[in-house]
Design a protein around this ligand. Sequence first.
Ligand code: ME8
Length: 516
Amino acid sequence: MTDTNRFYITTAISYPNGKPHIGHAYELIATDAMARYQRLDGRDVFFLTGTDEHGQKMQQTARKEGIEPRDLAERNSAEFKQMAVLLNASNDDFIRTTEERHYEACAEIWRRMEANGDIYKGGYAGWYSVRDEAYYQEGETEKRDDGVRYGPQGTPVEWVEEESYFFRLSAYQDRLLKHYEDNPDFIGPAERRNEVISFVKSGLKDLSVSRTTFDWGIPVPGDPAHVMYVWVDALTNYITATGYLTDPEGPRAKYWPANIHIIGKDIIRFHAVYWPAFLMSAGLPLPGRVFAHGFLLNKGEKMSKSLGNVVDPVNLVNHFGLDPIRYFFLREVSFGQDGSYSEEGIATRINSDLANGIGNLASRSLSMIIKNCDGKVPECGDLSEADRAMLASVDALHAITREDMGRQQIHKALAAIIAVVSEADRYFAGEAPWALKKTDPIRMGTVLYVTAEVVRQIAILLQPFMPESGRKLLNLVAAPVDKRDFAALGEAGRLVSGTPLEAPSPVFPRYVAPEA
Ligand code: ME8
């Protein structure tokens, strides 16, 4: 029986052939928000990220720099690890494909595919993109005016001819199509699902799964002149980290199969075609879902080193602060679609939703409590229709966001939360507690109680997206540390009248652009 409470979520593992860029940061932040959401919702989460260190791209980059691929991997993998800390990612492990545990798992999966009759030796001749680490069929490439031939992702391809092991991918065409049909949620979003289905329907050729012209990879069991194709190695990371193959009695084996792999749209084919085929061949359970996010564009343009618009996530975080950056990307970009960002866009979001929105609501209501209610959570008197409606809206957010997060609609979950903040603003303005101070102090207390209770629940719900700011807001309403997960949402965790509060300090300062 599968344990429905356990939840295994992964990012792609990044190539450490350079420093991390904002696309890597984006994927990690989004996956972290999903992992944190499930943890706060009571699930037993295992969240994995890491680096993909083998392959020709790594070897070529290292050669250009005049260093060994291992040293290049070592240096940049450390940068990726540091980025995870900087972004406050809650990953439970960080896998590097050069680790011993991974070699063992790769050898095991290879042997299983071989034992199943799906690996054979042949000769490969075809187009290969080192940048994508991908084989392409002639029809997927085009020769451009510059005389260079390019693959479908716009990266140059080169002709490769060498002895190679093949994986019998062609034998899996029908089984894959059946799997997509039987499991309509296996691939998301819908555009990607359609793209994958038509790719598979167009016919699958056997896949070259080893290389002999370079050696920076995991040796093929029994034939060390070959190293495994980097994608066989890379995809296996997801299983390595659980120990499912190498330590089946170990504490993490229960996490395989993963509930969801979060990746970018450029690598959907590897995850939704090759990976399930490898797993079927090896007799292993398949992940529940593969979800591809879109690409981040800088002011609408693709980031590239040649355009000089590759944004360093470290600079962005230092400039705007971590939680505002996390919030911006998660709220601004429809998860699954491409998204554009600019400094102006980030500033506008920070000021409208955070400083003027939740920050302002919290500071106005809580400072009134400090001033007028003896610094304690006021009594909640009889509830009016408006109070009830307000509480009902905030109480409904758990179910709404659970549904949205379950479908990776992160932006929608955040939009729903912010809509309740706006509603609370209108409620607060409409009830005008400052005017009630003289005329009806009991009623004033009730309005402040309701507003503070909205702040409490919003703070709990914001934690997956802005962990530190959520924590600070919860401190402002004096939420006990054991009442900060989703079990404390709704009536179960209502503010307790008489609890002393501290004077609120601003959680979301306004962003003011530095003087040019
Ligand atoms: O593809 N916007 O590694 P990688 C959003 N090692 N996401 C982006 C992006 C952008 N501009 N650029 C890249 C690899 N990404 C393989 C993965 S998994 C077994 C092996 C995303 O460093 C990209 O889509 O090129 C991928 O999900 C991740 O960053 C790592 O990309």
